[in-house]
Design a protein around this ligand. Structure first.
Ligand code: TNX
Length: 567
């Protein structure tokens, strides 16, 4: 942040009703009651910089706090994308305030505000000049005593500005039913834009299947912290999770298992469209992964002809890796890959197709390289950018390809060489960004092969300098993968995501100059009450100074009925 928030001023009417000196005992008692009510209903307003991820530029104006009046309207221009964000802001605020919050056109001479969304560069606006290029996702937030204005060059920028505004309102804003609170926003200006274009999380829906409502909820979690990509790990040994019309048994047979022997499940094409559409409305791009050539036992159970030797393996519900693969020497395998990726591409508006490529331990290096080269060309032929785990690094380079690096060391010459040949990187270092790593020895779920990842470890690394011998501009962004071998409920997902997902979000969004563990843990602590109000499970990490005692949100393994089974 370029400036630090100032202390709140002690001017004007006493906001918490302190009794004047010389008051009677009855006065004092009445004042005490008023004060207690006030403290319960309206904690001090947030400071303008109390936002995760930390904004690029913050200029507080403690004389200009804004209080949302019950008759507030939201003004917005004619752009459909901007209007959609205005409707989202209205929905967000209506639930906790109970205010009507009509969305009104900002055309003509109508007065602005008190809540105004402005797309700069469109003719129907009177946008204030921005002193910073806001780019594709940046926004400017101006808060004065008269109102709040969010200005951006794109609807995505407006949407991110709304997420910031949400965090500047009291935690009760997360309530889904009306609550009494003073809806105060701290005055000043924020000008903000992301450090990296790619900021993501991955959900493994293959090891355990999670139904559409759980995925939509994860998308909400991403959007809150300005993450803009959801990578879905759709296939693995234990289950195939997406319907493919040209190979129907993949989903019906390959999808009928999961780790531990549960019933599994899969997304129909309509389910997947719903996920993609819900994500798009929150400015999140879905990155589908079909893991090849390894991690394919479920596909081989459904279609034995893809297996080397042509015989079906038994279904697999354990947690080992690296034993299965589709036959790289068979032409039928490439028909399968082209059909599957073609159907997935047709359902996916985003630019990326993730082809996995990890842990194909049983495939000889030259056969693996030949396979990945052909798959790369299939992806390019579909007009998409290929993403692969960094094991694809040695394979011949195709322009634009992206490697997802999940190593645990600070140097990786093979990946650095692929970058010199033009590859770009998504960084997911296992020992910092993996959400399935345990926080501590006694964490009830998760892995530890990459070590323990407490919140500080999740936060304290720099994507710009983490890997040796890399030009900074090779880094497209960061992603936090959540593998689900031991994750079976929505509460499990949230427990591992919170508070580490916001830590990764800050690394992806905030300028390096804002990086400061001491300040981050304080800002993060303020989110505990927000998660509690929203019913989000989180790990009360001991290194974070949570301001309140825990409330009754579920913890892992306490709510098995939350796990959504096949839709
Ligand atoms: C490694 S990371 C895997 C996954 C496992 C994960 C468990 C990667 C590309 N492959 O198959 O689920 O470890 O942490």
């Amino acid at each position: 942040m370029s400036s630090t928030p100032a202390a709140r001023p002690e001017t004007g009417p006493d906001p918490i009703g302190r009794a004047p000196t010389g008051a009677s005992a009855a006065d004092l008692a009445r004042t005490a009651v008023r004060r207690a009510d006030h403290l319960l209903a309206a904690p001090a307003p947030a400071r303008l910089g109390d936002v995760v991820p930390a904004p690029a530029h913050v200029t507080p104006d403690p004389t200009a706090d804004f209080t949302l009046p019950p008759d507030a309207a939201i003004r917005v221009g004619a752009d459909p994308g901007a209007r959609a964000v205005a409707a989202q802001l209205a929905a967000l605020l209506r639930a906790p305030t109970g205010y009507p919050l009509p969305v009104a056109a900002a055309t003509g001479p109508a007065p602005a505000g008190p809540l105004t969304l402005t797309l700069s560069g469109t003719p129907d606006t009177a946008a204030p000049a921005t002193d910073d290029a806001l780019g594709a996702e940046g926004y400017r937030l101006d808060i004065t005593g008269d109102g709040v204005r969010i200005t951006a060059g794109t609807p995505a920028g407006l949407f991110h500005g709304v997420q910031t505004l949400r965090q500047l309102l009291p935690p009760q804003v997360e309530s889904t039913t009306p609550v009494a609170a003073r809806w105060v926003v701290p005055g000043g200006t924020i000008v903000d834009r992301p450090r990296y274009a790619y900021r993501g999380a991955m959900l493994d829906v293959a090891r355990h299947f999670f139904g559409v409502p759980d995925v939509l909820r994860v998308i909400d979690h991403l959007a809150r912290y300005k993450l803009n990509h959801l990578h879905l790990h759709l296939t693995d040994d234990q289950g195939w999770r997406i319907a493919v019309d040209s190979w129907p048994r993949l989903a019906t047979v390959g999808g009928a298992t999961e780790v531990g022997g549960g019933p599994g499940g899969h997304y129909t094409r309509d389910d997947y469209r719903r996920i993609v559409g819900y994500a798009a409305a929150r400015h999140v791009t879905v990155v589908p992964e079909i893991d090849l050539p390894g991690h394919t036992n479920a596909a081989l159970v459904a279609y034995p002809e893809l297996a080397p030797g042509g015989s079906a393996p038994p279904p697999y519900t354990g947690t080992d890796v690296g034993f299965s693969y589709v036959d790289p020497a068979s032409e039928r395998t490439y028909d399968f890959v082209a059909d599957v990726l073609g159907e997935i591409a047709a359902l996916t508006p985003g630019p990326y197709l993730h082809i996995g490529g990890d842990e194909a331990f049983k495939v000889p290096a030259d056969a693996y390289a030949g396979f990945v080269e052909r798959v790369q060309r299939i992806v390019a032929g579909l007009g998409r950018t290929m993403v692969g785990w960094h094991q694809v690094a040695p394979v011949t380079h195709l322009p634009g390809r992206v490697l997802q690096w999940w190593g645990t060391k600070r140097d990786d010459p093979v990946t650095a060489d692929a970058v010199r040949r033009g590859a770009r990187l998504i960084l997911s270092p296992g020992n910092h960004a993996y959400l399935d790593m345990k926080y501590a020895e006694d964490t009830p779920i998760g892995h530890d092969w990459a070590g323990l990842v407490d919140v500080r470890r999740a936060y304290d690394w720099d994507p710009g300098s983490h890997l040796a011998d890399l030009p900074a501009d090779a880094v497209l962004g960061v992603e936090a993968p959540l593998w689900t071998e031991s994750v079976t409920t929505r509460a499990d997902i949230e427990f591992l995501m919170f508070p580490r997902l916001p830590a990764l979000a800050e690394l992806g969004w905030s300028p390096r100059a804002t990086h400061d563990w001491a300040a981050f843990r304080e800002r993060l602590a303020g989110h505990g009450p927000r998660w509690e109000a929203a019913g989000i499970t989180y790990h009360r990490a001991p290194e974070v100074p949570w301001p309140t005692a825990p409330t009754g949100v579920p913890t892992p393994r306490q709510s098995p009925d939350e796990h959504t089974t096949p839709t």
